[in-house]
Design a protein around this ligand. Structure first.
Ligand code: HEC
Ligand code: HEC
Length: 222
């Protein structure tokens, strides 16, 4: 359904919002964000090595938790470089509400972001499942509820476009946190806001358990 021509340009975004319906019941705290700058810069993974030093304090420890609320720090190994860029731009301009990551991203230039994204996405690692508390029944329920989601995020959690996140093997607790934030507006996104607003807490848990159970993203130990 979503071919390679549908990238996250403003036009595609509006077309997709039209497909998935209006933002019923979704309140955004911030005004809708301006369209993203095109991701034009080529990342230099070697230069990213130095920049990544500070990131390892959290993204290099498999047990690293966000303190409050408590959830596992997301895996970056195996993530798309373009999506890492989109995410860091989001923290930097404040459309993603997380103070530590906002501070981290604010110290990076556009070229730094491209370089550190190239570095993390190029790290080798075996596909892993994410940490989950869900059992087989919960995973099956999540699969049944993710028919819309897999159009973009893929049946095995491999995104259909590089600007979109791979979800396979991501930690369940982080996926729950991200979906909750799209739902309540702490993360502003024209696509994910309306989509997340249709999910209740149980569906969020089940869908997160489903994607966490698909082996893909891997830890990046120091
Ligand atoms: C103090 C711990 C900490 C440090 C240091 C840190 N991060 Fe993060 N990072 C987090 C947490 C926690 C999140 C999840 C934030 C949220 O809930 O939105 C996150 C989220 C991210 C995401 C979004 C991932 C996704 O799947 O959406 C990216 C990309 C990222 N960090 C990159 C970096 C980079 C690059 C650096 C170094 C320049 C860095 N981080 C340094 C803790 C940290
Ligand atoms: C039309 C394409 C599309 C569809 C359909 C879609 N997503 Fe997304 N999703 C995106 C994009 C684009 C982003 C990145 C948004 C941003 O910049 O924060 C995203 C981000 C996410 C994230 C954050 C991942 C991370 O690493 O931080 C989660 C979790 C997620 N989506 C889950 C879902 C679920 C669950 C559904 C089904 C209810 C769904 N998505 C449907 C495009 C889509």
């Amino acid at each position: 359904m979503f071919g390679s021509k549908l990238v996250s340009t403003a036009a595609a975004t509006f077309a997709l919002v039209a497909i998935f319906g209006p933002a019923t019941g979704f309140t955004q705290k911030a005004p809708p964000p301006p369209p993203l700058n095109p991701i034009a810069l080529k990342g230099d993974a070697a230069r990213g090595t130095t920049l990544a030093e500070t990131c390892y304090g959290c993204h290099g420890l498999p047990e690293s938790h966000n303190a409050y609320p408590s959830y596992l720090v997301p895996k970056l190994g195996g993530q798309n470089a373009e999506y890492i860029t989109v995410a860091l731009q989001g923290y930097r301009r404040g459309t993603r509400g997380h103070e530590t990551m906002q501070a981290q991203a604010s110290s990076l230039t556009d070229q730094d972001i491209a370089d550190v994204a190239a570095y993390f996405s190029a790290l080798d690692g075996k596909p892993e499942t994410g940490r989950t508390s869900g059992d087989a029944a919960e995973v099956a329920a999540g699969k049944a509820k993710s028919a819309t989601c897999v159009q973009c995020h893929g049946l095995e959690g491999v995104a259909a476009a590089p600007q979109w996140p791979n979800l396979g093997g991501q930690h369940e607790s982080y996926l729950v946190q991200a979906l909750t934030q799209y739902k309540d507006g702490r993360r502003a996104d024209l696509l994910m806001g309306p989509l997340a607003s249709t999910l209740d807490d149980r569906a969020i848990e089940e869908i997160a358990a489903f994607f966490a159970a698909q082996p893909l993203l891997h830890n990046t130990p120091r």
